[in-house]
Write a protein that binds this ligand. Structure first.
Ligand code: GAL
Length: 418
């Protein structure tokens, strides 16, 4: 046992298996759209963890909020037979990639860590294709948030609104005081993000379900939908003329810098406030979008992995999937990103108030039946239906179309997209 041969072999064994963190190191090329300050800071957590295990991260960031550009790049890469190793893909689109037969089965990683027990079923179900894990969830974002600059409200003598009527009163005062009431990003997905929150608030959870999840033409063309568009029209009266095309994080900056009073945006906006060194409670406040406090529009980010041949790349994919679900990543990433962990049983201690509120309301709304998938963020309907809804909402926002016409168009266009 003390022979020099044994010692050398033992040292080699130690070097190979203990010092190098994995048997095969590989490269993952990761396609994602997290390029804003808060987003980039968050995704770098995953890159660092993978690199610590000896893998290489090839960054394939495609700028453009909510991933519209990233999905176009992904499709063209896949069509040309050169998909990335991993890609940020969400909701029903996971099923569509599953249908293509190009996804890596992640069941072994999922079984080893017991993902079925660690994930709420509302999340786990979306990650599976025909009962097998093909995607790994990163977080839970809440959509129906209003981000407020309290100083702007104070200087304008305005009260932070909880109803749309209060919003109108506050917005008038903010405008009169020389500020822009709403920091608005005129891109179709941002317009749809605000619209879906209005649908939840004005129409209620059951109406949201019928219209934006079941895509029921009667609900889409109803008098309630007309009311929702009326509310959106009223809100549009309080944005600035430079809004068209503006990125969401620039709209958040308007609130951060005190140019605008508020922004309606999912809680990735919090990542921008944090990255700018702002403190919750003093520099900024978060409240539910008016009239939506009893509902929760959820949005889960996730990664799919494409079939690869290289053993190192396979190993790196599995490591990436495993690390995403581990507590360390779930904590640090979500603290930076503004979301909450999708992994159950995580300590709430490192999280601030908006996140704690999100934890609480996630549970409460799940029990009440008002936890609903976001249409704008690809959780609720297939892309063709979402595209039809986006088209109507964006034409409404960028013209003087009447609410009646918008509701009518919505019913017809969605019907033909189904
Ligand atoms: C959402 C995504 C978020 C955030 C946002 C803006 O769809 O789920 O993580 O990145 O787009 O880019």
């Amino acid at each position: 046992m003390n022979s020099p041969f044994f010692k050398t072999t033992a040292i080699l064994f130690f070097l190979v298996f203990m010092v190098s963190p994995c048997a095969f190191s590989g490269e993952v090329e990761v396609l994602h759209w997290w390029t804003s300050g808060g987003e980039a800071k968050s995704v770098s957590v995953l890159k660092d963890l993978l690199e610590k295990e000896g893998h290489t991260w090839q960054d394939m960031a495609v700028a453009g909020g909510a991933g519209a550009n990233a999905m176009t790049v992904l499709k063209s890469r896949a069509v040309s037979g050169n998909p990335p190793t991993a890609a940020q893909v969400k909701g029903p689109q996971i099923q569509q990639w599953g249908d293509e037969g190009v996804l890596t089965n992640l069941d072994d990683v999922a079984m080893a860590a017991n993902w079925d027990k660690l994930l709420p079923s509302v999340v786990a179900d979306v990650m599976k294709y025909k009962g097998h894990y093909v995607a790994v969830p990163v977080n839970v974002h809440k959509i129906n948030w209003m981000w407020v600059n309290p100083e702007v409200f104070k200087k304008s003598g305005a009260k932070i609104p909880t109803t749309w009527a209060e919003f109108e009163t506050a917005a008038k005062k903010i405008k009169a005081a020389g500020f822009i009431p709403v920091g608005w990003g005129g891109q179709n997905w941002q317009e749809a993000t605000v619209w879906e929150s209005i649908v939840l608030g004005v129409g209620g959870a059951a109406f949201y379900r019928k219209a934006l999840i079941d895509a029921d033409p009667d609900a889409l063309g109803s008098a309630t939908m007309v009311k929702c568009f009326d509310t959106l029209r009223m809100v549009l009266g309080y944005i600035d003329k430079d809004a068209p095309g503006r990125d969401w994080n620039l709209a958040t900056s308007m609130v951060i810098q005190g140019k605008a009073g508020m922004q309606f945006m999912g809680d990735w906006a919090k990542g921008e406030f944090k990255a700018a060194g702002k403190n919750f409670g003093t520099d900024y406040i978060a409240m539910p979008v008016p009239e939506t406090s009893s509902g929760y529009l959820f949005n889960v980010d996730s990664f799919i992995m494409f079939n690869v041949k290289d053993a190192g790349a396979k190993e790196a994919q599995k490591a990436m999937a495993r690390l995403i679900m581990e507590p360390k990543f779930q904590e640090v990433f979500n603290v930076n990103k503004g979301s909450i962990p999708c992994r159950l049983g995580m300590s709430r201690n490192p999280f601030d108030f908006p996140a704690i509120y999100s934890f609480d309301t996630f549970e409460a709304t799940a029990a009440a039946g008002t936890l609903l998938p976001s249409m704008a963020h690809e959780m609720a309907v297939y892309p063709a239906i979402r595209g039809a809804m986006f088209d109507v909402v964006t034409s409404f926002c960028n013209s003087s179309m009447s609410s009646q016409k918008a509701a009518k168009n919505l019913a017809t266009e969605v019907k033909s997209a189904i």
